[in-house]
Design a protein around this ligand. Structure first.
Ligand SMILES: *[C@@H]1O[C@H](CO)[C@@H](O)[C@H](O)[C@H]1NC(C)=O
Ligand SMILES: *[C@@H]1O[C@H](CO)[C@@H](O)[C@H](O)[C@H]1NC(C)=O
Ligand SMILES: *[C@@H]1O[C@H](CO)[C@@H](O)[C@H](O)[C@H]1NC(C)=O
Ligand SMILES: *[C@@H]1O[C@H](CO)[C@@H](O)[C@H](O)[C@H]1NC(C)=O
Length: 433
């Protein structure tokens, strides 16, 4: 009896050794680079995405940026055949995702050993480290920084943001810049950008940035979707959605695409009706606490938020509304500020990086609904953007040595957009007088 009890344990241990990989669920999955030649290729890929439930890591731009698409072992033949039939050029990007992720983890680990003094924004910090950083900053700089506990995520994590202001948000002549990150759980490199912005404004102000701190009030929310974010660290690296659970709607699937969950053209275009789908908008607009928190911040300061930046990864894109192809009335101004931001980033980009493209999200990519970008625009924020940071062709696993570069160059773009949108704010408040 004793031997029989031990036997299964020994087998389990052996199996454990063979397949202990944290990323085994991606075993046999492959990513492909797809070179889109024109809009028609883009549409074909988009149809395939829906038909085969592909996971598109990076939406390409025809003639500019390759799409990066993850394909399951079951769908590979179908996918390749359809691309070949349409003569769309493609090549293997990562042969085996599980293996690529293990390698990335090992690389991260050895990189961390050589960078013991690294700052929180030079790494991919866990939720608790970010939380601790925000609390510390608020304690250290009480005259400049106010921490706000905005509420709880579905799994009861506290979602915090910082208000940064030399006048405690009391001076109505200053515009507010509202930046948030990691609404999509797997887009890890977005949170460092938010944290670095705090660092630049609070901890290490440069002379050339002084006006940004003096003349503008800032709201910075580094992790919109902490449940999803933690889940990508512990369980599924490529989780994108929230982790809400509504068994009365569907017992199988968790979460919604928070960036389809806002109450603007909700549940219309560019969404998946499959409750397990990556772009499932949820059963109701604002079904999830994470999106309600962003909405409530917008409304609390609606008359003063001049620019809303919803940070994503990746694709070198600055996008604006609306996702249904209608342009906002001030689209020239939106383009002006967006292109100024993109050009400032490009001026500091690495040689191997792509150039930013600026445009309406539906015209550059695909139609969408319920996005944070559209919601901000629709409720009256004059400049509302989705920023897709560089991925350098790596997908979601941006190697750690690029984090600081992305932080630095993106800050240059944020600074440029803050200054220019402030001029528009002054013009707006003057004509209202
Ligand atoms: C800022 O204003 C809030 C009220 O809106 C107040 O509770 C807080 O004490 C003020 N902070 C400082 C540093 O004056
Ligand atoms: C969050 O906390 C509330 C109140 O304590 C509790 O009822 C709820 O079950 C918690 N939710 C989760 C997902 O743990
Ligand atoms: C939940 O969604 C999954 C995936 O679409 C589907 O297979 C399942 O039937 C749904 N369950 C219920 C109870 O609706
Ligand atoms: C597109 O969405 C915007 C924002 O909700 C709305 O104002 C506009 O009327 C919509 N356009 C169409 C054609 O429905």
């Amino acid at each position: 009896m004793a031997a029989m009890k031990i036997f299964p344990i020994v087998i389990a241990l052996c199996l454990g050794v063979v397949s202990a990989g944290k990323h085994d669920i991606y075993s046999g999955y492959t990513t492909y680079k797809v070179s889109l030649r024109d809009r028609s290729d883009q549409d074909i890929l988009h149809d395939l995405e829906l038909k085969l439930d592909l996971d598109v890591w990076q939406h390409g731009l025809p003639g500019n940026v390759d799409a990066i698409v993850m394909v399951s072992p079951q769908n590979k033949d179908d996918f390749i055949n359809q691309l070949d039939e349409n003569e769309i050029p493609h090549s293997v990007h990562l042969e085996d995702i599980a293996k690529a992720f293990e390698e990335h983890d090992a690389k991260m680990e050895s990189w961390r050993k050589t960078r013991k003094e690294r700052k929180v924004f030079e790494d991919y910090p866990r939720y608790s480290e970010v939380d601790e950083y925000l609390i510390n900053i608020a304690e250290q700089y009480p005259d400049l920084v106010t921490i706000v506990d905005a509420g709880l995520s579905f799994e009861n994590r506290s979602i915090k943001y910082l208000k940064i202001s030399t006048t405690n948000f009391t001076d109505n002549s200053k515009p507010i810049y509202f930046l948030d990150a990691t609404i999509h759980a797997r887009e890890w490199v977005t949170t460092p950008v938010a944290l670095y912005s705090i660092y630049r404004l609070v901890e290490d102000l440069r002379d050339e940035d002084r006006d940004l701190r003096e003349d503008i009030d800032w709201i910075i929310l580094p992790i919109v979707n902490p449940d999803g974010y933690e889940y990508t660290h512990t369980t599924e690296r490529l989780w994108r959605r929230t982790r809400s659970y509504y068994p009365e709607i569907n017992e199988t699937c968790y979460g919604v695409d928070a960036n389809r969950n806002f109450d603007v053209n909700f549940n219309t275009v560019g969404i998946s009706s499959d409750p397990c789908g990556n772009t499932y908008p949820g059963h109701l607009a604002f079904s999830d606490p994470e999106t309600r928190i962003v909405r409530d911040i917008m409304f609390e300061y609606l008359d003063r938020i001049q620019l809303y930046l919803n940070v994503h990864s990746q694709g070198y894109l600055i996008l604006y509304g609306y996702g249904n192809l209608t342009l906002p009335e001030n689209s020239i101004q939106i383009f002006h500020v967006g292109s100024t931001m993109g050009a400032a980033i490009d001026a500091h980009k690495l040689p191997e990086a792509g150039f930013y493209r600026v445009g309406n999200s539906a015209m550059l990519l695909y139609t969408s609904s319920g996005s944070a970008q559209d919601y901000g625009q629709a409720v009256g924020i004059p400049f509302s953007y989705t920023l897709e940071l560089p991925g350098y062709g790596f997908g979601h696993q941006v190697p750690p040595e690029y984090i600081n570069q992305i932080n630095f160059e993106t800050w240059e773009g944020i600074a440029a957009s803050a200054r220019l949108s402030k001029l528009y704010y002054e013009a707006r408040t003057k004509t209202n007088v």
